[in-house]
Design a protein around this ligand. Structure first.
Ligand code: S3P
Ligand code: PEP
Length: 447
């Protein structure tokens, strides 16, 4: 796994984003394609798979449970499904690195197996809360041990007899919903999950695509256990969460015109577009189409003067991973931007409210954290050194700030960019960002 201490990014001021590109595949869909492909009967061919470390961790975990998986090669992966009861006991703890999605979804799925397993991760993941899944899973009959603080590693006892549950989630979390649905595949009777607000629905869509009966009504998803999944083809769209950095970058810098191709436009993910448009961004959606049960489109974005806004709370879950990038947009906007109802940001790979506020302050922007959000006053970026705290989305967001900075920006501890966006530095440089990567040797050598 990557050492988050070992890469510094340096962005020179100026630059403008121009041209056309396709960002890597959707992380959420790539995880699910491996998981459901493994549990299906027959083969699954995945194209556009995200070869980032998070999804590779999921892939390796299933290999460690005896699933034959070929690839990835140029985004193509072949999974030979073993059926719902075909996984084998792993010989060692399953290390899912930095990936909250892998750990929480697999906690549900592993609760239904006939063997014991252990899920572990890196220093960041080991600090993240897991009771949000272990408590409702325990109500289904799962036996999972965490640390006294409710954090990983998770010790999951096999041979539990799971019962369906009717669970009303206290937080809007697709990971919790998906974890329970995956446990529900192994439960007797019906499992129903009700969400307080819409969250990404890739699990439901993919289960249906694999021929599993899933019922959805009024914010509630239900399935019955012991059905069958049939493998097939999955074409993973480009990740709107990765496109977000470019949507922000091209909006804030002068003379930008970008086309982002084949971007996933699932309505549970497009909050970034809605919020940027509220701020005055010019984003056009072209060629909308559906690919394998997920909506996709090409996005055209160009420079625009942005204004500060009060972010509608109902859009928060629909843009949950895009807030670090949105904070950079807010810093370049005229006036104040206010975010509320976003306390979830405090328990991501880093405390994204605190870490972004600190970095923005370092760069000369007034940003005041609140318990559930932040208030950002638009201004201009100086330059300076900020710490991403090993958080990929923080690192890439500050990289885009370079487009509007008066002096170079150095961003520390950026190796985890590879968890969700391998090739970010090269692609961003090709599109016109003045960005360079310095590895540990260069830094020690004083470069
Ligand atoms: O289900 C998923 O794939 C994800 C759900 C979100 O987490 P929460 O469920 O904690 O909101 C998101 O932040 C994460 O990056 C991916
Ligand atoms: C929160 C994220 O991922 P995860 O929860 O899977 O670590 C993210 O990618 O921003």
């Amino acid at each position: 796994m990557t050492d988050p201490q070992d890469v510094t990014l340096r962005v020179e001021p100026g630059g403008r984003l121009q041209g056309c590109c396709r960002v890597p595949g959707d992380k959420s869909i790539s995880h699910r394609a491996i998981m459901l492909g493994a549990l299906a009967e027959g083969d699954t061919r995945i194209t556009g798979f995200l070869e980032g470390e998070d999804c590779l961790a999921t892939l390796k975990a299933f290999r460690a449970m005896g699933v034959e998986i070929k690839g990835p090669e140029h985004g193509e992966v072949h999974v030979s499904g073993v059926g719902l009861h075909g996984l084998k006991a792993p010989q060692r703890p399953l290390d899912v690195g930095n990936s909250g999605t892998s750990m929480r979804l697999m906690a549900g799925l592993l609760s239904g197996q006939a063997f014991d397993s252990i899920l572990t991760g890196d220093a960041s993941l080991t600090r993240r809360p897991m009771r949000r899944v272990t408590e409702p899973l325990a109500r289904m009959g799962a036996r999972i041990r965490t640390s006294d603080e409710g954090t990983p590693p998770l010790h999951i006892q096999g041979r539990a007899s799971l019962q369906g549950v009717d669970y009303r989630m206290p937080i809007a979390s697709a990971q919790v919903k998906s974890s329970l649905l995956l446990a529900g595949l192994y439960a007797q009777g019906q499992t129903c999950v009700t969400e307080p607000a819409p969250t990404r629905d890739h699990t439901e869509r993919m289960l249906s695509g694999f021929g599993y009966r899933v019922q959805r009504h009024d914010g509630c998803v239900c399935l019955r256990g012991e059905g069958r999944l049939q493998g097939g083809a999955i074409d993973v769209p480009a990740d709107i969460s990765s496109a977000a950095f470019f949507l922000v970058g091209a909006s804030i810098a002068a003379d930008c015109q970008l086309r982002l191709e084949h971007v996933g436009m699932n309505p549970t993910r497009t909050g970034i577009i809605d919020i940027l448009r509220l701020m005055g961004a010019h984003i056009q959606v072209e060629n909308p189409r559906e690919v394998g049960g997920e909506p996709v489109a090409d996005l055209r974005v160009q420079s625009a003067p942005l204004r500060g806004v009060r972010i509608p709370p109902e859009l928060v879950p629909l843009a949950i991973d895009e807030f670090p990038a949105l904070f950079v947009a807010a810093a370049c906007a005229q006036g104040e931007t206010v975010l509320t109802d976003a306390e979830e940001l405090r328990v991501k790979e880093s405390d994204r409210i605190q870490v972004m506020a600190e970095g923005l302050n370092t760069l000369g922007i007034q940003a005041r954290p609140t318990p559930d959000g932040i208030v950002i006053e638009g201004g201009s970026f100086t330059g300076g050194t900020v710490n991403s705290h090993g958080d990929h989305r923080v690192a890439m967001s500050f990289a885009m700030a370079g487009l509007r900075a008066q002096a170079p920006i150095r961003i520390l501890h950026c190796a985890n960019v590879n968890t969700s966006f391998p090739g970010f530095v090269d692609l961003a440089a090709r599109m016109g960002l003045h960005i360079q990567q310095q590895d540990i040797q260069q830094q020690e050598g004083g470069a």
